[in-house]
Design a protein around this ligand. Structure first.
Ligand SMILES: [Fe+2]
Length: 283
């Protein structure tokens, strides 16, 4: 039997996992190692996993219950799997900006296990950023200030009926997103969280869903958040993952951001995403 190996990506975030076959039975020890590696590295990459939807769901359920994203259209016959798809004639992609999934929920999802089924010949990479190193490379003074602050996160401006994207002329998201009328709730989280698996501190604000700092005026919030975003997306915190059919990225929303690069117009890209239910986050 192959031995589970976890090798850091060499970039600012993530690790490659080998010696695991999701077609077969995975030992409790290996599941525990994968969970700890997720907490340590923020995102795990696996190659050549040609698995069924049942196997995808079964693997995910060994970590947590599945969170069914209310905005993503599911795969036919598999309500637990969200479809992430871009057709050759579509211009807009899903996830094409820096964000952390589900920070708009009071109990943000742990993360997602995204499986590539069809990938363009070139392009369509996903870039990940470490919110551990983003935090750790701030000054002690700013860390101290941020440790007392909380931020508000929302889905309204991204998935709600008034989201700017629905007013854009070239919007062709179409049936890939749904339930705009359920984008109603906001969530408040500490700006610095203690990661539930690793116990390390991480920056927990993101350009996609964070809308302001609690108790601060809009322009004050905007200035500090913009500075943090510029800092967090510096190259030393990043790793760019290239997909192929059978590739998996298993990321932790509490330790990373991601950005789906939209550079493959005219080609089809099809991924299946299973998302794990999370918990409230504490400083
Ligand atoms: Fe995402």
């Amino acid at each position: 039997m192959n031995k589970l190996t976890i090798e850091p990506s060499g970039g600012g975030v993530g690790a490659f996992v080998s010696g695991i076959d999701l077609n077969g039975k995975i030992s409790a020890d290996d599941i525990s190692s994968v969970r700890n590696a997720l907490g340590d590295h923020g995102v795990l990459f696996l190659r050549n996993q040609k698995i069924s939807s049942e196997q995808h769901i079964a693997f995910a359920e060994q970590f947590a219950e599945i969170n069914i994203n209310r905005f993503f259209t599911p795969v036919a016959d598999y309500p637990k799997i969200a479809e992430v798809r871009k057709e050759p004639d579509q211009k807009k992609n899903i996830g094409g900006g820096w964000h952390t999934d589900h920070s708009y929920d009071t109990d943000p999802a742990i993360g997602s296990i995204l499986l590539a089924l069809e990938t363009p010949p070139t392009g369509g990479d996903t870039i990940f950023a470490s919110m551990y190193s983003a935090y750790e490379t701030l000054s002690d003074g700013l860390k101290e200030t941020l440790s007392r602050l909380r931020a508000t996160h929302s889905s309204r401006h991204v998935f709600g009926p008034d989201a700017p994207r629905f007013k854009e002329k070239d919007n062709d998201i179409g049936d890939r997103l749904r339930n705009a009328d359920t984008a109603t709730q906001d969530a408040v989280h500490p700006m610095i969280i203690r990661h539930p698996i690793s116990g390390r501190k991480a920056l927990f604000v993101n350009p996609g869903f964070t809308v302001g700092i609690e108790g601060w005026a809009e322009k004050e919030s905007k200035a500090l958040l913009e500075m943090l975003y510029e800092h967090a997306k510096q190259p030393e915190h990043l790793y760019r993952f290239q997909w192929a059919p059978g590739s998996i990225a298993f990321w932790d929303n509490r330790a990373t951001w991601h950005h789906a690069v939209n550079d493959y117009h005219g080609e089809r890209r099809l991924m299946h995403r299973v998302t794990l239910r999370g918990e409230a986050l504490a400083a």
